[in-house]
Design a protein around this ligand. Structure first.
Ligand SMILES: [Zn+2]
Length: 92
């Protein structure tokens, strides 16, 4: 059983790591404060972008197939998300 645990910087949540429930050592090796907030893994969708990639990859979870974990040494994938636009026929 795993859960998210917060890494803080100046009282602000910097990153959510994955820890075995009830422990303080994240899967990526980061040691977290015992009093840090925790969240269920199910919250991954809400934490998107704020969750530690190495931790989530370690437990093999992603919130969608869109999330691509770059290979080690690779560069982050850049995806252009362009909203589909079409002329509005009712315009004018
Ligand atoms: Zn981590």
């Amino acid at each position: 059983m795993f859960e998210f645990k917060a890494e803080y910087e100046w009282r602000t949540v910097l990153l959510w790591h994955v820890v075995p429930a009830g422990t303080n050592a994240a899967l990526c090796g980061r040691l977290l404060a015992p009093t840090a907030r925790t969240r269920p893994l199910a919250d991954l969708g809400a934490l998107r972008g704020d969750a530690c990639v190495r931790c989530t990859a370690a437990v093999g979870i992603t919130d969608s197939s869109e999330v691509a974990v770059p290979p080690e040494g690779g560069r982050p994938a850049s995806s252009a998300c362009v909203p589909r636009s079409r002329p509005d026929p009712s315009e004018g």
